[in-house]
Write a protein that binds this ligand. Structure first.
Ligand SMILES: O=c1ccn([C@@H]2O[C@H](COP(=O)(O)OP(=O)(O)O[C@H]3O[C@H](CO)[C@@H](O)[C@H](O)[C@H]3O)[C@@H](O)[C@H]2O)c(=O)[nH]1
Ligand SMILES: [Mn+2]
Length: 680
């Protein structure tokens, strides 16, 4: 409640920006991809194409793609995409195309039919043919890749995704630094060696930061995940309106655009479209110290990434060379670029031509040993120690006293893939719950941040709210078990007199307000209900497993891993009407065990009640199980409707028999234990 109490909104006017600043600053664009199977190259290149076509002087942009999968296919796809971009980018700019990711643009045939302009129609068709050709070309069988491994591709021979040297390739260089050309496009696959920690996405971001520091060293950085294409070509201008504001430099560390999705399923069946979260929580946070960093669609100030405090803005470099070395590592070139960043020096276009030369040095900073005994991941760059490196990194900035802002242009800035299907969605949410707990148990816990740092009290509460994604599941599982326990043992935990009205009223008012938020945002009651339901299902399954993972980590038994979310090739418009779309799917993973057990437990409890198997007369009348406990149990069953269907479903729509058996055994154990407590 505290978080949403004082909402604030930003309105940006990019046209006025062009009047008030003399020159626009350079911006480095980072894209991360990590697995060419889970993240098909066609998705990545669409994101890259949309970035290359941004409405911003192209000699001020440079696009860096980090490939943690070391995939020649991604490299090949980027190469082909850059050839297509030579035609695509001028086309978009000439006709002021809004969606510059071709797969979304060509989805909509209306774009062509809407106009009578014959020249446009012809060009449209030519572009479409070229794009179809490109998609066919990169849709190659992975086995044919060895044939691709000639010339440029030889560096990929004898590489394995977890064992290879650093590979940095300039795919396209804007040699003449022309304003309406194509931005530089650079491929980076950092060095990896077996058993050497690489810190997942945070590690990749730090390599991108260093490599780009050596090549273009732009004062601003935009980072997107491989599936987040630009939906509004003026986005950079909107973000710059916030960051270049005279007050901005002293206060605002980053400008975050909301994560929204395309080709979404109707009524948000998996409760993961985040619309309400960004709208209300985002506005609420904007009224405090600012929105959390969401890992993608975010514009950062490079010097803040380098660890600058707000009080030191404008004071230039205050670090000695020794300190620079300790923090930023051995590369002299890099340290020089860091000093430039602190001093606000921007490379002139004439300096930048040495891209190829910088690449040699870049190989050094992309090596796995480069960070050894430096401040990367601890004092500077993206923070290590949590698999939700985004919230973690943003938190350290807020703890230093920086603010952040939400940037919400119209049309919305970016769009990406929301996970479709139970297992993908659950594994993503499990990672988030795990990552939040890692933050809580880490050095940057918000509690310390408020006491010793500059995290404001209400911002602290907001961070605790989101960290609670990791703790709340335990409470939910306990309560669900408690209702079942009360029914089975004929006891109660809710008051029987008027005392019951107070908690009921609180819950009902909260739910009604929540429903209002959905309706006010133009969403349906169904979408509200789906989110309610998922707010029971997701924590008890994904969140609970996340909690167990952290217990195992704290006990030193196993470490946490960043499981990449599978990105499905976007369905064409017709597929979204598929009758099974939105139906819950399951797999063998343990993530579905807690939910299955809870459901079986509630069913058993209701069965015991209905058939009169409850023990009688153990407790006096006032302490017996009442209507309230039964209603709670029924509510849980209704929420678990998709699981109930899953008990009887087949194939991917059914809960696997092994999971049901395991759940059954746990349920029996629970019932036996309950009975024991009564008989004692
Ligand atoms: O070892 C890795 C693992 C992941 N990634 C990239 O990280 C991004 C995010 O991964 P994804 O599987 O899409 O995770 P999501 O749950 O969709 O991502 C959300 O949550 C993450 C933190 O858990 C943030 O990093 C993301 O920005 C945010 O969008 C993708 O571009 C990946 O290619 C890497 O580069 N290296
Ligand atoms: Mn994602």
């Amino acid at each position: 409640m505290s978080t949403q109490w004082s909402p604030a909104f930003n309105k940006t006017y990019p046209d006025r920006l062009l009047q008030s600043v003399q020159e626009l600053p350079p911006v480095d664009l980072f894209v991360t991809t990590a697995d060419d199977k889970l993240e098909p190259p066609i998705i990545t290149i669409n994101t890259v194409l949309s970035l290359l076509a941004l409405d911003y002087p192209s000699h001020k942009l440079a696009c860096y793609v980090s490939d943690d999968g070391c995939s020649p296919l991604i490299f090949y796809a980027l190469h082909e995409a850059s050839k297509f971009a030579i035609h695509w980018v001028p086309f978009c700019k000439k006709y002021n195309v809004q969606i510059r990711a071709p797969f979304r643009y060509f989805c909509d045939e209306d774009n062509k039919c809407m106009t009578n302009n014959e020249e446009f129609r012809q060009e449209w068709s030519r572009m479409k043919d070229m794009y179809d050709n490109l998609s066919r070309k990169i849709d190659v069988d992975p086995n044919s890749i060895p044939n691709l491994l000639q010339g440029e591709y030889t560096v990929f021979s004898n590489t394995h995704r977890t064992d290879h040297p650093a590979i940095i390739k300039v795919i396209w260089e804007n040699k003449e630094m022309v304003e309406d050309g194509l931005p530089h496009l650079i491929y980076i696959s950092r060095e990896k060696r077996p058993k050497q920690p690489h810190h997942f996405k945070a590690g990749a971001m730090n390599v991108l930061t260093r490599v780009s520091g050596l090549i273009t060293n732009a004062p601003f950085i935009l980072n997107v995940d491989c599936d987040m294409f630009v939906n509004n070509p003026k986005t950079v201008l909107h973000a710059m309106s916030i960051l270049l504001d005279s007050k901005g430099e002293k206060e605002v560390a980053f400008a975050q655009c909301p994560q929204q999705f395309y080709a979404t399923l109707k009524d948000d069946p998996f409760g993961n479209q985040l619309t309400i979260l960004y709208k209300y929580l985002g506005a609420g946070l904007a009224g405090l110290q600012g929105i959390f960093y969401g890992g993608t669609n975010c514009f950062h100030r490079r010097k803040v990434i380098y660890g600058l405090f707000p009080d030191d803005v404008g004071k230039g470099n205050k670090l000695s060379d020794e300190e620079l070395k300790q923090k930023f590592g051995a590369s002299k070139q890099l340290r020089k670029s860091v000093v430039d960043t602190f001093e606000g020096k921007i490379y002139a276009p004439s300096d930048v031509i040495i891209v190829t030369k910088a690449v040699e040095e870049a190989n050094q900073v992309a090596g796995y040993g480069y960070e050894y005994r430096t401040g990367w991941g601890k004092q500077v760059g993206w923070m290590y120690g949590s698999i939700t490196e985004d919230v973690h990194t943003g938190l350290t900035m807020h703890e230093k006293g920086w603010r952040s802002e939400l940037c919400t242009p119209d049309p919305i800035a970016f769009r990406g893939c929301a996970p479709i299907g139970g297992p993908t969605s659950m594994s993503q949410q499990k990672r988030w719950a795990t990552g939040m707990l890692e933050i809580f148990f880490g050095k940057h816990c918000p509690i310390f941040g408020t006491i010793f740092g500059k995290l404001s009290f209400r911002q602290f509460l907001a961070y605790m709210w989101i960290i609670n994604w990791g703790f709340n599941p335990v409470a939910q599982v306990c309560y669900a078990s408690l209702t079942a326990y009360c029914i089975i043992t004929n006891s109660n935990f809710l008051p029987k007199d008027w005392g019951i009205y107070i908690p009921t009223a609180v819950v009902v008012i909260y739910k009604i307000y929540n429903l209002y938020e959905y309706l006010d945002s133009g969403m349906s009651i169904r979408a509200w209900w789906n989110n309610q339901r998922m707010s029971i299902i997701t924590p008890m399954n994904a969140g609970f497993c996340g909690f167990i993972t952290i217990l195992l980590k704290l006990l030193g038994i196993s470490d946490t891993v960043f499981d990449i979310t599978k990105k499905d090739i976007p369905p064409s418009n017709d597929d979204t009407h598929d009758k099974n779309a939105g139906r819950h799917t399951f797999d063998e993973s343990l993530v579905f065990l807690p939910g299955t057990t809870i459901l079986l437990l509630q069913l058993t409890a209701i069965f015991i009640k209905l058939f009169g198997f409850q023990p009688q007369g153990v407790l006096s009348g006032n302490y017996e199980c009442g209507m309230a406990e039964i209603l709670c149990s029924v509510y849980v069953i209704i929420c678990y409707w998709p699981f109930l269907k899953g008990l009887f479903g087949t194939g991917k729509y059914g809960i696997p028999l092994t999971t049901i058996c395991k759940g059954g055994i746990l349920t029996c154990l629970f019932v036996c234990l309950c009975r024991k407590t009564v008989s004692v």
